[in-house]
Design a protein around this ligand. Structure first.
Ligand code: ATP
Length: 310
């Protein structure tokens, strides 16, 4: 019998997972998984719980929560010699990673993917800054605008869902200032003032599903997006284009693939890792080719094999 470990954040999204836990356990047991679970108690707990699951050689670790919880679980698994397969139950607010790999955003649908889906090896990101290395599964970035994701209070997200981000975004927009950076990507250089940069593994970021339209989950490359200095009107125009994936040809945008990205800045620039605060930059990003296996729907696995999915 295979062993599964559920690591869930009881405070994620609209706080619905715990109520559904008995059915989830029953379904997994019926499918042949001996399943146990761990409820996280504070920030960082999911990483420790995932490390314990690695030590105990669980076959699967299931992250039930938002993108922050998935990121923490990944940080307990990445870089280890033994790496359990990963299942996702998206019960957060934005659930970008689930969107990117087409995992349904219902508990029942997500459990079905773990039981009947296909494990596929996907790329992860590693970033070294402030003398430490952390991992990410979806996106990393910097620039004042990216700080939006962790400035929204958890209670507000519980009440308003994604609307909480839009409200905070509107409040922040007029105060967003550019940062002076030097960016080295696979031997090329950019130097100048930027509003933000993103180092993306998937196409789904902040609810924008076409932000990195050429991204591939398993090609060993990041999609690097740099938004150069822009005024408020230009910024709103580019954001509107981004909804349709049409921002990539705008002169304010650099959009390219890279395996390694180095950011240097003398300004105070915070690092955003999968939507959570990740310390200060400068830093260096490295793509870890097909580093962890994650359960995706059968159709998604087929599209990945044909290279037709981000
Ligand atoms: N018991 C807990 N109480 C408070 N915070 C917690 C607890 N367990 C985990 N956390 C923290 O909550 C953070 C956010 O959780 P998570 O990402 O799962 O949900 P969310 O913020 O609602 O969704 P999203 O990230 O999709 O917007 C996690 O990164 C973790 O540090």
């Amino acid at each position: 019998m295979k062993r599964a470990r559920i690591i869930y954040n009881p405070t994620s999204g609209r706080e619905i997972f715990k109520k559904n836990l008995p059915e989830v356990l029953q379904k997994l047991e019926q499918a042949g998984y001996e399943t146990s679970c761990h409820a996280t108690t504070c920030a960082g707990d999911a990483t420790e719980a995932a490390k314990v699951a690695v030590e105990r050689k669980f076959d699967i670790v299931i992250a039930a929560g938002g993108d922050g919880t998935i990121n923490e679980v990944i940080n307990g698994i990445a870089g280890q010699d033994y790496r359990p397969q990963l299942g996702i139950i998206p019960v957060g607010t934005t659930n970008d990673f689930a969107r990117a790999i087409n995992v349904p955003r219902t508990i029942e649908g997500a459990v079905d993917v773990i039981i009947n889906g296909v494990p596929k090896a996907i790329d992860l990101g590693a970033v070294t800054n402030e003398g430490q290395t952390h991992h990410f599964v979806n996106i990393a970035g910097g620039g004042r605008l990216t700080e939006l994701t962790y400035e929204v209070p958890s209670k507000l997200k519980t009440m308003l869902g994604q609307l909480a981000y839009y409200l905070k975004g509107m409040e922040m927009l007029p105060s967003i200032k550019p940062t002076t950076v030097e960016i080295e990507y696979d031997g090329k250089f950019f130097s100048g003032d930027i509003m933000m940069f993103l180092v993306s593994l998937t196409n789904s970021v902040g609810g924008f599903e076409k932000l990195a339209p050429d991204s591939s989950l398993d090609d060993g490359m990041f999609d690097l997006i740099i938004l150069k200095k822009a005024n408020l009107a230009e910024f709103i125009r580019i954001a509107t284009l981004a909804l349709r994936g049409e921002h990539i040809n705008d002169p304010h945008i650099i959009y390219t693939k890279a395996n390694r990205v180095k950011i240097h800045t003398n300004d105070k620039m915070q690092l955003n890792l999968d939507g959570e605060y990740g310390g200060l930059l400068p830093g260096e990003f490295v793509n870890l080719y097909r580093h962890v296996e994650v359960f995706v729907p059968k159709e998604t696995a087929k599209l990945m094999e044909k290279n037709e999915i981000a």
